[in-house]
Design a protein around this ligand. Sequence first.
Ligand SMILES: NC(=O)c1ccc[n+]([C@@H]2O[C@H](COP(=O)([O-])OP(=O)(O)OC[C@H]3O[C@@H](n4cnc5c(N)ncnc54)[C@H](O)[C@@H]3O)[C@@H](O)[C@H]2O)c1
Length: 701
Amino acid sequence: MSASYEVRGAVAVITLNNPPVNGLGYDTRRGIADGIDRANADPAVKAVVITGAGRAFSGGADIREFGTPKAIAEPNLLSLILQVEASAKPVVAALHSVVMGGGLELALGCHYRVAAPGTQVALPEVKIGLVPGAGGTQRLPRVLGVETALNMIVSGEPVKSELLAAVPGQKLIQKLIDGDLLAGAVAYAAEVAELHAKGGPLPRVRDLKAVHANADGYFAFARNTVKAMAKNFPAPAKCVDCVEAAVKMKFDDGMRFERDTFLGLMLTPESRALRHAFLGERAASKIPDVPEDTPQRKIEKVAVIGAGTMGGGISMNFLNAGIPVTILETAQEALDRGVGVMRKNYEAQVKKGKLKSDKYEQRMALLKTTLAYEDIRDADMVIEAVFEEMGVKEKVFKKLDEVMKPGAILASNTSTLDVDQIAAFTQRPQDVIGTHFFSPANVMRLLEVVRGKATAKDVLATVMALGKKIRKTAVVSGVCDGFIGNRMIEQYSRQAGFMLDEGCTPAQVDKAIEKFGFAMGPFRMGDLAGNDIGWAIRKRRATERAEMRYSRSADLLCEMGRFGQKTGAGWYDYQPGRRDAIPSPVVNEMIDQHRASLGIAPRKIADDEIVQRLVYALVNEGAKILEEGIASKASDIDMVYLTGYGFPLWRGGPMCYADTVGLFNVVQAMKRFARNPNDDQAFWQPAPLLAKLAAEGKSFT
Ligand SMILES: NC(=O)c1ccc[n+]([C@@H]2O[C@H](COP(=O)([O-])OP(=O)(O)OC[C@H]3O[C@@H](n4cnc5c(N)ncnc54)[C@H](O)[C@@H]3O)[C@@H](O)[C@H]2O)c1
């Protein structure tokens, strides 16, 4: 039963009961509809209250029903709201905690609304590339005024009930109720029942008018503002259209306009991508063979080994979440340097007004430093972030195994080394896991959680939950070279290099992929991260993976000492103190010479080909990663790319994008690339999973 019914005096109370947020799934809608019918049929009932059990009035549509027939089964939300609005007995919505999306639309279909202070009210549909689809854009302007309503609809951000109740002339909230909301709502319902006993129509939001003194001027202004902000997303501009319809059309025509707009947006790749990312974020925390009720270990104290670039950033995440951290180093000066950098980062936040100075001090007070393993033995979890050398990791993990209390989680931040080998340095491989943070670790949202062969399920469940606590998007990866993200990016980088060999300049490649929507092209990215890092990895792998062909131009660049921004020169030139990438004649000359030495005649490569080769390289490697079980679902790969690699959000990640293009088309393009003798022809054989899905007309997601 997803909505309960009881009668208190002369008032029927319908309580939504569909945890966690009373999503308006089929059973809940049915329950409300039955309750309204029952109340109207019962002569003893004079009014109705609708409220929600637990932590919400209602968070809106039930995301578990997205895309299933149940989502639109009658009574769908539109029909339910019509039924509520048409009730012969007054219906009062008792709002508390969370009132969002369809939940707010349902409340707007009621005749009256009372609210607890602090209630978060929002129409967040724009965040998944939609407009509200059950009257939100038509009713909200009628009760809140055009400008306040449009701001809420375009931003999707929640606004507290007491602020809304203070909007001059508003008709959204008739009464704020401190204390017992339900008792207050029932009393209020009894009062209005009395009022209407003498007859007279019930107030319906649809009968109000949405007016603006200078509608044309205002909507022109709103359109310009929204266009500048929304760039690649169509939904915000459509919100403006819908609110304008609320002002200029009759109610039912406006409703039809909203419905058509909603359905049109549903089909756009942008909305598809945003919904994919929204669901993908939630899906990432679900691991097929690790049940949600897996017991977790408690993590109240954390230790970090190494106070370098990553150790400092990693520590900040825990301090921010109120979890004490002890950092261990080999020398006092390394500790001082590391803590100095952390302080500088926090101070920059304080200066920008993003952090209060007392908060800053509170956070730093949770930090301890040490040179002795004795001081960390009680930590519930330790994260190693020392040099990327197996020998160093071995020493550290053997020591950790010796000193750490039983049950402590031992994590490594390694980006390229074998987590299973690291686990084997200990007598407790079940407690070992990879936590691959991205740089800067206090800023980047992505956390790849690397599950070793022996990693215990409760360790995995604990680290995933901890990821959420420190506000990361945690995605599980199996053990392989580069895990999900870097293994794929290697193929992308190789393609970028081959295109230089064939006739492109770094700037041409970067421009094309940035136009596609990447935050930064591969060469600007290399200059930012340091080209020497990849150089070192390639040197180390020269023997292990001799079969992997790549353009030598990246090595030649490093041999010129051009490591990137940090040396003032990389693929581009940089002026002192500035980050603008200036095309470099010296580098272009080096590329030309290298091309000549390979005997390749340069050709002009179109932007389309550049984008396809870069993105489909990700897709093909992603398909292999899926097939090998390194990632358990395509959306996990997309979350890695959206949160860690600057893949454009409105394209939903590489796998979602491939689905949008159509896997048949993707495979056809790969076959073309496989005929290019200057490319890695073997790589472009479509991964078996990709070939199979394409042949069956299926998609990744
Ligand atoms: N820098 C990145 O972008 C990045 C991203 C993801 C993962 N990683 C990984 O994170 C780890 C650390 O990288 P980093 O960039 O922070 O390196 P770094 O060189 O900046 O810092 C390493 C720190 O570890 C300390 N250290 C070395 N041996 C130690 C030992 N035995 N005991 C205690 N401390 C010791 C060093 O003094 C140094 O301060 C590496 O495994 C690296 O692959 C780095």
